[in-house]
Design a protein around this ligand. Structure first.
Ligand SMILES: Cc1cc2nc3c(=O)[nH]c(=O)nc-3n(C[C@H](O)[C@H](O)[C@H](O)COP(=O)(O)O)c2cc1C
Length: 303
């Protein structure tokens, strides 16, 4: 048995595997299969100040080695999260990462403030959503807005703040540096990669939203590259995700520089994927003489 414990921004996780936001709900469906206490933590579905319906269906489409989704931020709003989901999650003996989002900086800061004093262990601020006050471009696509939202949310919260980066940018390292300078305690990446599919029979996009986010094994090499670039550009810890489906993927992501990993789309193919990844990482460590999983963070030796 090797030591799978990792610490990210002062928060200790019993192992480095965390279901990714939007792919695990609040754990209620999955706890019928296994105790949530086996997981390093859970990143819950993106929460906004007010309840949201999400985008119209169809909002998922298959792709080679992955999926497209345009679910949008369908959720019950901050009050429901705090009063209904959080009390349940708090009994599960796993770390709780509150994934938050909003259409304005003020909304995000207010929501972050509402989580002060709750059982939430860490905030994950999703900056891939449109900034309605600036023509709808995502906060995370520009260094200035990414830094502004980070600074305001940081001021409002007493929790460690992790900012989740969008891969739909020219230079992810520049955004990461801006967010670090604005006070983020950690980074997570990547969110989904913008994509599109068309049904050639009716010449219409498959998704009602026309475009959506690509996730699953198809994006894995993009995610590894971005985590590695960011690892070499900032000092704060990174939680890596994007296409992780096997223990070997998780180890590769950690060698690129991730202190922990999140698993998303793979859970739809196999609800037990996170547990299999944890067990496989443990076995890999034993077989490779790795006493503590943290030893492999950033261990890649570039040519
Ligand atoms: C159906 C679906 C819903 C998602 N919802 C959210 C969300 O609410 N907030 C968020 O930050 N990311 C959301 N994501 C992105 C994932 O958390 C993750 O960043 C992305 O899917 C890449 O990881 P993967 O390839 O392992 O799925 C969602 C992804 C999927 C597939």
């Amino acid at each position: 048995m090797s030591d799978l414990k990792v610490t990210v921004a002062g928060v200790q996780f019993k192992n480095p595997v965390i279901p990714a936001s939007g792919t695990f709900g609040y754990g209620r469906e999955y706890e019928q299969f296994y105790p949530l206490s086996k997981l390093g933590g859970i990143s819950v579905k993106g929460t906004t100040l007010e309840r949201r319906e999400g985008n119209p269906a169809p909002r998922v489409a298959e792709t080679p080695s992955g999926m497209l989704n345009s679910v949008g931020l369908q959720n019950g709003g901050a009050d429901k999260f705090i009063n209904y989901e959080l009390p349940n999650l708090a009994t599960k003996n796993t770390r709780i990462i509150a994934n938050i989002a909003g259409a304005t900086i003020e909304d995000c800061a207010k929501l972050a403030g509402m989580l002060n004093g709750t059982a939430v262990d860490m905030i994950e601020l999703n900056i891939s959503c449109p900034n309605v006050k600036h023509g709808g471009a995502a906060f995370g696509t520009c260094c200035d807005t990414a830094a502004q939202i980070t600074a305001e949310v940081k001021k409002a919260t007493d929790k460690p703040l992790m900012v989740k980066l969008s891969p739909n940018v020219t230079d992810i390292a520049e955004i990461a540096k801006a967010v670090e300078a604005a006070g983020a305690d950690a980074l997570s990446l990547i969110n989904t990669v913008l994509g599109m599919r068309i049904d050639i029979r009716n010449r219409r996009p498959i998704l009602k939203n026309n475009v959506g986010g690509l996730s699953g094994p198809a994006v894995f090499p993009i995610a590894v590259r971005m985590v590695w670039q960011v690892y070499n550009s900032v000092k704060i810890p990174i939680i890596g995700m994007g296409g992780i489906a096997t223990p070997e993927d998780a180890i590769e992501m950690m060698m690129a520089g991730a202190a922990a990993v999140q698993v998303g789309a793979a859970i739809f193919a196999d609800p037990f994927a996170p547990l299999k990844i944890i067990d496989g990482m443990d076995k890999w460590c034993d077989e490779n003489g790795v006493k503590s999983i943290s030893e492999i963070v950033g261990a890649v030796k570039p040519w």
